[in-house]
Design a protein around this ligand. Structure first.
Ligand code: F6P
Length: 537
């Protein structure tokens, strides 16, 4: 946890730097860009537009050391029980082979599962495993929600430009419309389902799996051959068996993998089925390389550690309350959705590991979308609103074999926005602009923008399985380091459980009209309205 002496140093640094201009710091020190650049795996972090200086970097280094970030990471990857409320480790790093020598038995299970995943992937791609009516598979649907959906969905979207082996689809919401739209153009005879649920108790996933099953059967797959079309991934093999999924079609995961950290497990099977075993292996390799960097690098040369320190600095000391992620790549259009679960489900907490109240803010609200779409909507607030935010701009330098002119325009927008966040528009420039438009001088403030918005740019050569793997791992470790600095448990999610419990109660009310008196007046009125609309009295 952040030590109080380091907290005091950060507070004094904030008093010293709050009024400083990052643009001036860049002008004054020609070495700033090189000094504040960190390379790791296939990524490069440019932190030169953050409101930091050399003195603050020393404070960061001391704070990281005193909070024991390096030691905490070592404990994480070697299987310490970091998830205290569920009494388990969080070993997502083991899934990509990191520190496997310290946990040989668990790693044997991981290797065995990877081999089975590769075998089924190869069998489907080679046409040895085919549908019940003798046709090869053309499409795969992943059925899951939260961590059993967002990671694979984001990665499959990122790889869509590479030669797909099967078309990948995702069904997540319990709203029947989600499934109905996905299956409307698919042929059940050539479609494979992967039902992903760590617990195999999640209402949305089980409902969708039942409906998808019915769709297969209505489409010519028989009860006795449906097993050829359904795979499952879960820790709860008995519940999957009860659901009718054959043991041989079930891929295990383990309670030491958190849902939002599970894309590296068999939850990623849809990635392998969609884009080939090599792509999935490269994703793991990209993450493993980033793990190694994280294990060895000193705090201020350590990419995820620096990302965590910057976020702590921005949220707690500079007062930013929202963090926006802006990938300048349509391939990364689901990155912010994925990161919302990763960061807000992990660090959206209000007590320490010991159960003490945390009075400062914890995870910032994270949001964002692929550039340049947001530029024509919410960037107005970023440039001229009076909320304080920090940002990560994600910039792949190349875009494969695409229209270079369009790609250049995309990159120009990314750099322009980064520069606009930095320099804004001064009062003097605004007066000149108002004058050039023939407007009165007192309208000039409408053109002013403060600039000086702290942000980093994460650069990669291209969106590939390796760079996506490294990027996800960087955000995973950033999230973990922040949890250590704030002294909280990043691996449980009791906040989402309350809604599930009440959801079961309300469902009974909606079905039978009972228990209305146990609800508050507002919820009871809404329940009545729903029953009136759906059940003839
Ligand atoms: O409701 C939140 C959650 O528990 C997430 O943490 C998890 O990723 C998701 O539900 C899905 O859970 P499961 O994989 O068990 O279906």
């Amino acid at each position: 946890m952040l030590q109080s002496s380091d907290h005091d140093s950060l507070q004094s640094a904030a008093e010293r730097l709050r009024a400083a201009s990052v643009a001036d710091l860049l002008t004054q020190d020609p070495t700033r860009v090189d000094q504040l650049k960190i390379e790791a795996a296939s990524l490069e972090l440019d932190a030169s537009k953050q409101l930091i200086d050399e003195n603050l970097l020393n404070v960061f280094a001391r704070a990281a050391h005193n909070a024991g970030l390096t030691e905490a990471y070592e404990q994480l990857i070697t299987g310490a029980e970091v998830n205290v409320t569920e009494q388990r480790p969080a070993l997502h790093t083991l899934l990509r082979g990191t520190a496997s020598e310290t946990l040989p038995d668990a790693y044997q299970d991981v290797s065995d599962t990877l081999m089975r995943m590769q075998a089924v992937t190869d069998a489907v791609h080679s046409g040895r495993q085919i549908g019940a009516t003798g046709k090869p598979f053309t499409d795969v649907i992943n059925i899951g929600i939260g961590g059993s959906d967002l990671g694979p969905r984001m990665v499959c979207r990122a790889l869509k430009h590479t030669s797909a082996k099967l078309n990948t689809h995702f069904i997540s919401n319990v709203d029947p419309h989600d499934l109905d739209v996905v299956v409307q153009d698919l042929n059940p005879e050539t479609t494979l389902l992967v039902v992903c649920s760590k617990t195999f108790t999640t209402e949305e996933t089980l409902t969708n799996a039942q409906r998808a099953r019915a769709w297969l059967i209505a489409g010519g797959v028989t009860e006795s051959t449906i097993g050829q079309h359904v795979l499952a991934v879960t820790t709860n093999l008995s519940a999957a068996a009860e659901f009718g999924i054959d043991e041989a079609a079930c891929f295990p995961m383990w309670d030491w993998v958190g849902g939002r950290y599970s894309v590296w497990s068999a939850i990623g099977l849809v990635i392998a089925l969609g884009f080939g075993w090599q792509a999935f292996s490269s994703l793991l390799e990209g993450a493993r390389t980033l793990d190694e960097h994280t294990r060895r690098a000193e705090p201020t040369d350590n990419l995820p550690m620096m990302m965590a320190l910057l976020e702590l600095w921005n949220t707690r000391y500079l007062g930013t309350d929202t963090h926006v992620v802006l990938p300048y790549s349509q391939r990364l259009e689901y990155l912010a959705d994925f990161l919302q679960q990763l960061t807000m489900e992990s660090n959206g907490k209000r007590v320490t590991l010991e159960g003490e109240a945390i009075t400062e803010v914890t995870a910032p609200v994270l949001w964002g979308s692929a550039g340049t779409i947001g530029q024509h909507s919410y960037y107005q607030l970023l440039h001229q609103g009076n909320r304080r935010f920090s940002a990560d701009i994600i910039l792949p330098l190349t875009n494969g074999d695409v229209d270079l002119d369009a790609h250049r325009k995309l990159a120009a927008n990314a750099l322009a926005q980064s520069r606009a966040f930095l320099i804004g528009r001064s009062a003097e420039e605004s007066r000149a602009l108002a004058k050039s438009k023939g407007l009165a001088a007192d309208l000039a403030p409408h053109f002013e923008m403060p600039g000086n918005h702290p942000h980093s740019t994460i650069v990669m050569h291209a969106v590939t399985p390796e760079t996506v793997g490294a990027l996800i791992a960087a955000f995973e470790h950033k999230t973990f380091f922040l949890s250590v600095l704030m002294g909280l448990n990043a691996f449980d999610q009791w906040g989402v459980e309350l809604g599930k419990v009440i959801g079961r109660q309300v469902r009974t009310t909606l079905e039978h009209g009972t228990g209305l008196d146990q609800l508050d007046a507002s919820t009871a009125a809404l329940a009545r309205a729903w029953r009136n609309a759906n059940h003839a009295s």
